[in-house]
Design a protein around this ligand. Structure first.
Ligand code: BGC
Length: 348
């Protein structure tokens, strides 16, 4: 692992750039601002390395405007209806930053804070651990939340992401990694082939808040139980597609236990690159970059048009603090929040 200065955050804190490399030349660069993965270079079928995530060349781009490119999202990834929830009889209010709702941890969520980094070598590879202590009441959330996120790059071309958190008051926690993948390293992702291990999704209303039901995918554009091109049904006449402006939904992973399960397999037929996502989380948000609109210019001067990247955000269901029937997202004092996700890169 190497670390170099990478500029100064708006609060005046120095930001560092961390670089991890493995035996095959795979390289992951992340910075302490937002624990953001800035670039991830993996081989294509000819062995040529290419960057498979969207982002910016410098810190300034991320500070100015970023739709969570590569960031760790917290304390609560995805939406909480009207920014309100009640926990143990106390009502809490969060900033409204997405239509009528709260999104991705607030105005200054975990994607915009400076984390402390330490090298974390392991038998499996080279790693970095990011640490951040969120104060009681930060962004409206109760409790001091002590959070760590570890990225380990293994010699089997895996990026292992693990999260831990503890609190001194009950509080909702739902952390995720918000990288936008484009396995071709250019163009849009409509020809990527995707399979998702989910026979239900969490359907939403027009503001992308769950209705509370789970919807079977059979016979809908959401059926990725067998491989389909991302673009094949993305503009189908379907109410959920209309609400999401494409795919922007949590898929309910089919699992037998709470261990790591294969969530999704993404393939780019042109480069041959394959990404397998495994996670301990109950869901994965499949988001097709529907809100990218050509106004952001990213790495190397590339203009990010609609659907130039897609996210596979492993997390709990949206709005769980208001939906008692969903898997629990409340962390209590004395408990440790633990979550793991693995991205395995290969070729075909
Ligand atoms: C959400 C999208 C949102 C995007 C960027 C995703 O996790 O599901 O609705 O536009 O993040 O903010």
């Amino acid at each position: 692992m190497t670390r170099t200065p990478f500029g100064t955050a708006p609060g005046g804190q120095g930001v560092e750039l961390i670089t991890l490399t493995n035996a095959h030349g795979v390289e992951l660069r992340a910075m302490t601002y937002g624990a953001i993965i800035i670039s991830l270079k993996v081989p294509d079928r000819t062995g040529k390395l290419g960057d498979v995530v969207l982002g910016y060349d410098s810190l300034a781009g991320y500070v100015k405007s970023s739709p969570y490119f590569g960031a760790v999202v917290g304390r609560y990834a995805n939406r909480i209806a009207k920014g309100e929830f009640t926990l143990d009889g106390t009502a809490y209010s969060l900033a409204i930053n997405n239509g009528p709702n709260a999104l991705h941890g607030g105005l200054k969520g975990f994607d915009k804070v400076v984390w402390q980094a330490e090298s974390l070598p392991s038998p499996d590879g080279t790693g970095v651990r990011f640490h951040y202590v969120s104060t009681d009441g930060e962004e409206g959330y109760p409790g001091t939340l002590d959070a760590t996120v570890t990225y380990t790059l293994t010699d089997s071309n895996e990026v292992r992401i693990s999260y831990e958190a503890t609190t001194d008051k009950p509080t909702p926690v739902n952390l995720t990694q918000h990288s936008y993948f484009n396995l071709a390293g250019r163009g849009d992702v409509l020809e990527h082939i995707l399979q998702i291990n989910a026979d239900r999704i969490v359907p939403v209303d027009s503001t992308l808040i769950p209705t509370g039901q789970l919807m079977p995918v059979k016979g809908t554009p959401f059926d990725f139980t067998t491989p389909h091109a991302v673009g094949e049904r993305i503009d189908a006449a379907d109410q959920q597609i209309t609400f999401g402006k494409g795919y922007d939904h949590t898929f309910v992973l089919t699992r037998a236990d709470t261990g790591l399960v294969l969530a999704a397999v993404l393939k780019d037929p042109t480069s041959g690159r394959v990404l397998e996502v495994r996670t301990t989380e109950p869901g994965v948000q499949f988001y097709t970059g529907n809100f990218l609109d050509g106004t952001l210019t990213g790495k190397g001067g590339v203009v990010y048009q609609r659907r130039t990247g897609l996210c596979l955000e492993a997390h709990h269901f949206p709005d769980s603090p208001n939906q008692p029937q969903f898997p629990n997202t409340i962390l209590r004092p004395g408990e440790t929040y633990r979550s793991r996700t693995v991205w395995k890169f290969g070729v075909e």
